[in-house]
Design a protein around this ligand. Sequence first.
Ligand SMILES: *Cc1c(COP(=O)(O)O)cnc(C)c1O
Length: 324
Amino acid sequence: MFVMDYEKSKGWYNPRIEPYHPFMIDPACVVFHYAQEIFEGLKAYRIADNTIQLFRPECNARRMMESAGRLCMPEIGVEDFIQAVKTLVSVEKEWVPHTFGASLYLRPFIFARDNGLGVHASKKYTFCIICSPSGSYYKEGINPIRIYVEDEYIRSAPGLTGFAKCGGNYAASIKASEMANDLGYAQVLWLDGIEKKYVEEVGSMNIMFKIDGKIYTAACDGTVLPGVTRRSSIELLHDWGYEVIEGKLSIDDVFKAGREGKLEEVFGTGTAAVISPVKELFYKGETVIVGDGGIGDVTKKLYDTMTGIEWGKLEDTKGWMMKV
Ligand SMILES: *Cc1c(COP(=O)(O)O)cnc(C)c1O
């Protein structure tokens, strides 16, 4: 694991790579009580010539700085973040799998280290990166998932922390996910926090809807996590000539399109699953089937293109990949 410490008077100091080990943390540490913590998620891929590459790590670095700003935590420079990731991956390169679809998952995170129960921005922090080989997300091929549209709980609202990748957002979302899982749904689709009307995102993925030839996804204007996969998918869709509308799409319009046979494709985008097809949505007692319940053409093309670029099977015409 990579570890680096921060103290207000010193800035970030003592960057190091250590064997994986538990932290000794005071029970009164701020992070346990007030959840001052942020994280990132990215992968290292081994390509045919045995070089190892990262997918747009500067996007993760910048997003982590945005999250830090919101949670009142110190920033790490983009270059330092990338250097830390690259150094750890170089040391652990034997752990980067050789199989297509498998990768080394990297989890950078920063947490508050001050001890004491007074609520305040900590003056001490630890930045850490842990990693683990992760198998292909789709062991038995891509299976379209069923989604529960949450109509009671919310994950985000304007002014809150929806755009930041912080543990607290997840803590508040687990209850709805567990309830949906119990009913047989893989994920929860969150609606906007004010009117509970507009689609926002899914669990740990952004979500896109293809309706009557056009692609819709929520805008990233504060309440939605700005996914790197989302952004990359939009660039590809534009290249392929699709109109992508980043804005408000109501759940009622999604269901209306479904009833009229115009809900052609729905898919989630995120680092873990890359592109995840959705076959069914449940909302307030009604179920709608997406397309013919299989994997749509755009979903498939995005999945093949993204994974092709990541694992070096397709030329990286976008300059997205960074060699370690
Ligand atoms: C990480 C995350 C995503 C996806 O972001 P990527 O950069 O594409 O992995 C989407 N929504 C939430 C809530 C997330 O935490």
